[in-house]
Design a protein around this ligand. Structure first.
Ligand code: GLC
Length: 623
């Protein structure tokens, strides 16, 4: 049992404690060198309120202790034997169906549109597709608010369109995983409707109805509770008021979810990406959130559900009831989960998840999504080194972009003159590290953030809610700029397929506007250009397929602390590859290639010189 008399060092030696302190440093921008300081390690927790000048109060310490004491598990020792699996060898490609390809001219992408572009994906070398939600939904959150888990939304097509797509994917030797959104349902889901209609309904306990709300806040602005009528009960929603949190304490609800998962696996899909899956276990009684943690993270209450007491149990149960019998693959979306907890969630012997998406690297320490700043790639390097040197036994997902985040090129360096080399540098790193790459649609074209001119051009529920909230505090212009710094709509503009009307995405005006910065980066043009970003991604994926060392080979980092240079070696006893990258927009000295090395790929066309040029990256084969 942890108490206030334990020291910071004791907390750091506990896996979850280690993750929590790392997280606090990420939020505050604190240096992690500090963790190695022996004096800091000896400070008892009871001193923290005084040392932090009251910023972290006694209640904060209590919240920390509660979390540590509710998770006694120690991550398994790394270095189990490496077990091959198809998903460790695959390159995944995420499709956001609304914005991928419209086949029927209503301005919204659909399943037939995806089917039309399967040759494009196969040609690129994609092995598996992750399809964002296509289920029936009122579309409050573009489908992450599901009304009927067993039906396809009419905007996307029909169940037979889905089956045709799945068949065609499999015929091409590719795989398909779907999105599983089971932290919440739409308020229009029949379970919630039944619960509303009849307080005695068994479905009442599928959700969190309470006579008093607590102080938890929602991810889309404002409080996490809505009152059903003026005197009525309150109901919990961590996201929008139309996305009601499911009560996983209820065993019948869990059985219904497992049956639904099995029904999709029976249809032949290959697995799922599990939406905000680490939020499903909430501390019983839903205690109030700590103020300091709320201020630090922006989300009051998060300590009571981001790594809840029964999370591991629920995941193991779902794994055994649905995933294991179908040999299905799972990747959990787990915001706020650090490396040690990640090992517990993905250690093969524990039978919970195959992989997770951690988000620790998507913003630089001390920065948040709605802040405008230049992302420093040296932090990305540090993140990958830290994880990959300590994650053996588990398998890492490698990604920079998805439908919830800005385009990486824009975060790092919006200068158009470096766009292509930077796009290629990012791709080269992603395809040569050890783990499974997940590309987000358009990343392979080098797409950048959109230049939205007016708040009315935005569509995302999060952006619009935050705009409403902030315009009162700071006025329209400042609020719009702040929203733009982190809007999810940047990643949701239509794919530019051609230079024609609507970028070849649709014959009609799309549901969200295309952008001039991206229109000339269309797929048709890049397919014809051997030096395009798209051709480079295709070459990289082919190299990954041809050189087993890029998949299962060991990885060793050299120049670990040197700024702006990222070098590593992949080896498997048969082949040795050296990767050299310049993470800055300045020339830097080139680490000298060895005698007889052959360059397999690089983002500058001409032969290398004595210096690494801005964002230069190359793969060298030692011979
Ligand atoms: C996940 C999804 C995001 C969605 C949220 C609520 O973070 O990726 O798009 O809004 O969960 O379902």
């Amino acid at each position: 049992m942890f108490t206030k008399n334990h020291t910071i060092g004791d907390v750091l030696d506990h896996p979850l404690g280690h993750d929590l302190i790392r997280r606090i440093l990420i939020f505050t921008g604190g240096q992690h060198r500090w963790l190695a300081n022996p004096l800091a390690r000896r400070i008892p927790l009871s001193w923290i309120p005084r040392l932090s000048l009251g910023k972290a109060d006694g209640e904060f310490i209590e919240a920390l202790l509660q979390l540590l004491n509710s998770h006694p598990e120690i991550p398994p020792e790394p270095k189990g034997p490496l077990r091959p699996a198809w998903w460790k060898e695959a390159v995944f490609y995420q499709i956001y169906p609304r914005s991928f390809k419209d086949s029927d001219g209503d301005g919204v992408g659909d399943l037939r549109g995806v089917l039309e572009q399967l040759d494009y994906l196969q040609d690129l070398g994609v092995d598996a597709i992750w399809l964002s939600p296509v289920y029936d939904s009122p579309m409050e959150d573009n489908g992450y608010d599901i009304r009927n888990y067993r039906q396809i939304h009419e905007d996307f097509g029909t169940m037979s369109d889905f089956e045709a797509l799945l068949d065609e994917v499999h015929l091409r030797g590719m795989r398909l995983i779907m999105d599983l959104v089971v932290n919440h349902t739409s308020d229009e889901h029949p379970w919630f409707q039944a619960a509303l209609k009849d307080p005695a309904s068994p479905y009442r306990d599928y959700y969190f109805f309470r006579s008093e709300p607590n102080n938890w806040t929602s991810y889309f602005g404002d409080r996490a509770w809505s009152q059903l009528s003026e005197q009525g009960e309150w109901v919990l929603h961590l996201f929008s008021p139309k996305q009601m949190d499911l009560n996983w304490e209820n065993p019948a609800m869990r059985r219904d979810i497992a049956a639904m998962v099995r029904s999709w696996l029976d249809r032949g899909i290959d697995g799922f990406r599990l939406d905000v899956i680490n939020y499903i276990s909430k501390v019983p009684g839903l205690p109030p959130g700590n103020r300091t943690i709320g201020d630090l993270t922006g989300y009051t209450g998060v300590e009571h559900y981001f790594y809840g007491p029964r999370l591991h149990e629920y995941l193991h149960e779902l794994h055994e009831a649905a995933f294991a019998p179908a040999c299905a693959f799972s990747v959990g979306e787990t915001p706020g989960i650090g490396r040690q907890a990640a090992k517990l969630l993905t250690a093969p012997a524990r039978r919970e998840l195959d992989m997770i998406f951690s988000f620790d690297h998507l913003e630089n320490p001390g920065k948040s999504r709605f802040e405008e700043y230049r992302y420093d790639l040296n932090e990305l390097k540090g993140h990958f080194i830290e994880w990959l040197e300590d994650y053996d036994g588990s398998w890492m997902s490698l990604f920079y972009e998805n439908h919830d985040n800005r385009r990486m090129i824009s975060k790092v360096d919006p200068d158009p003159s470096v766009r292509v080399v930077l796009a290629k540098l990012l791709g080269l790193i992603q395809m040569t590290l050890k783990g499974t790459p997940f590309l987000y649609q358009g990343q392979e074209l080098g797409l950048v953030d959109s230049s939205f001119g007016h708040w009315a051009d935005l569509r995302d529920v999060e952006s619009l809610n935050l705009f409403e909230q902030w315009r009162g505090e700071m006025g329209d212009d400042a609020a719009f700029q702040k929203v733009l710094a982190g809007s999810r709509d940047h990643a949701r503009i239509p794919m530019p397929w051609t230079g024609g009307p609507n970028g070849g995405f649709s014959s009609q005006e799309p549901w969200i506007a295309l952008d001039e910065r991206n229109q000339s980066y269309h797929a048709e043009g890049q397919l014809k250009d051997p030096d395009s970003v798209l051709s480079f991604y295709r070459d990289l994926i082919r190299l990954r397929r041809e050189h087993a060392v890029l998949r299962y080979g060991d990885i060793t980092f050299t120049d670990r602390t040197a700024k702006n240079v990222f070098c590593y070696v992949r080896q498997n006893g048969r082949e040795t590859l050296h990767i050299q990258c310049n993470l800055s927009n300045q020339e830097i000295p080139r680490p000298q290639p060895g005698e007889g090395w052959v360059r397999l790929a690089g983002n500058y066309p001409d032969l290398p010189q004595t210096r690494l040029r801005p964002y230069e990256a190359g793969i060298w084969l030692e011979s």
